[in-house]
Write a protein that binds this ligand. Sequence first.
Ligand code: F6R
Length: 605
Amino acid sequence: MCGIIGIVGTSSVQDRLIESLKRLEYRGYDSAGIAGFGPDGIERRRAAGKLRNLEEVLAGDPLTASVGIGHTRWATHGPPTVGNAHPHQAGRVTLVHNGIIENFAELKAELKAEGRVFSTDTDTEVVAQLLDRELASKAPLEAFKATLDQVRGAFALVVMIEGETNLLLGAREGPPLIVGYGDGEMFLGSDALAVGPFTNRVAYLEDGDYVAIDHNGARVFEKSGRPVDRPVQVVPQSPALMEKGNYRHFMEKEIHDQPEGCQRTIAAYVDALGGLTAVPGGVDFAALNRIQIVGCGTAYLAGLIGKYLIEPLADLPVDVEVASEFRYRQPALRPDCLVVAISQSGETADTLAALRYCQARGMKSAAVVNAVGSTMAREVDVVWPIHCGPEIGVASTKAFTAQVSVLTAIAVAAARARGRIDEAEERRLVAVLMEAPRLIAESINLEEAVKSIALEVSRARDVLFLGRGPMYPLALEGALKLKEISYIHAEGYAAGELKHGPIALVDEHTPIVILAPFDSYFEKSASNMSEVMARGGQVVFITDPEGERHAPAGARVVVTAPRCDPLIAPLVMAAPIQLLAYYVAVQKGADVDQPRNLAKSVTVE
Ligand code: F6R
């Protein structure tokens, strides 16, 4: 979603605004702009499309300013044109916004009736117009608060006011906004990555907060207007984390980061020396009657894999639901149920709302997150971090396997706590889990085999992914990955559902990816494979050496992942489907790291 940066600097900010916006590119965007206090007042430069277009504009018409704001826009209201690109202006006000102003239509009508003229299709412009109106009779901070009191919705805002050349105002209601503390310089940003090159000292605004920054520091206020302190934290980050290294895309790098990301994550959930689980947070799994997992997209699918692992091993019921449905359908909840939010960003609006819904009903909460400074991490009782490093590619890969690693450790820990396995079995399963990073690395080595299928799959109009047991959610993930970065229509199905409808789609033009390691489901999956082949379907069979030996003859392509214990099969089988999506997208020349229409951090519902 939209990225925001604001700098109250002591030297030119143009290049720093652009540097920061480049760090925010991963969130997804379709236009960009910056503004600053120039010698003759506020100046702004904007461009549709990628940041390089804005850089071209700046090359011909640079911005001279040491205080300024920048924005990457992910269009919600109005197409991604220069005119709709932020910053937006009205009278003395220039501002950038991430989120949605829900009551913009009624505010716009009111402002128009007063004779105010609008020049964009955006919801954002009403905030600029409102603030300009309030400034006619109030000082900047007072006018800002009066404006915030009138708008409804989800927003992070950063504002410049003509004549107030040492001041930026910011506000947060929903999407995150952080305050960065530099040496004689101050920053506002969508996340700590945005200000990473300039400072690692940040404070996280809470919902409802607004802030004024100038060269002397920051003044933060609660919604009521009461001054409040938000603690300054030192966030660990290195600029090197943002580099692609020798890889062409962040997604490719992040697929290859997985053995290390999972290894670091698993190390935080087991006691390697003692050989037992060591899940942080002190949750008493024996006392739980149910776990409710909520998440969106890939994070939801990681949760679904968690259900397949936790229920049989720990005999603990696990419900998993997409957060956008859960939050509105008035689910029946009990306080002896633990809600577990899964979210890479820790900011996804629907997941956050689902989490808060459960908390309001007395449930204890946990979050499996990558961003440990995120809103979810700060609001839950127990944080279960993943340790895979920042994920930049819009398509989630290494966060997914790290999330599954955490859930696998939890499954084993819960099984032991609930007396379903003894210590010897716990030791065996922990040893299996600790083997996963090495086997994931072997699985990634299948790159060449997967690449050789990519051309054929890239020509398909539709692709089906089938799996049983934990391979079913992985089939869903394979389909999601392929469609989001290659724009090929793909569907995942439980293989047993094939005959109940999807088999009608099978013909010689539709590749069918069947995920089937040699496990207790194998024979049934092999039968499904025969049914597909009998109808001319082109099967891509992803299995292991034993499965390859027992496979019905005739699969077009067999990708043979390493043999492993069923506990870690979802981790080991993930890389082939990620690589398939990646190479198909590369084959099609698609924008792998920033697929069209997608945003990395979905902070509006
Ligand atoms: C798909 C993908 C998305 C996210 C979803 C949730 O590759 O990345 O489906 O998984 O938007 O995001 P988080 O995990 O940040 O809550």
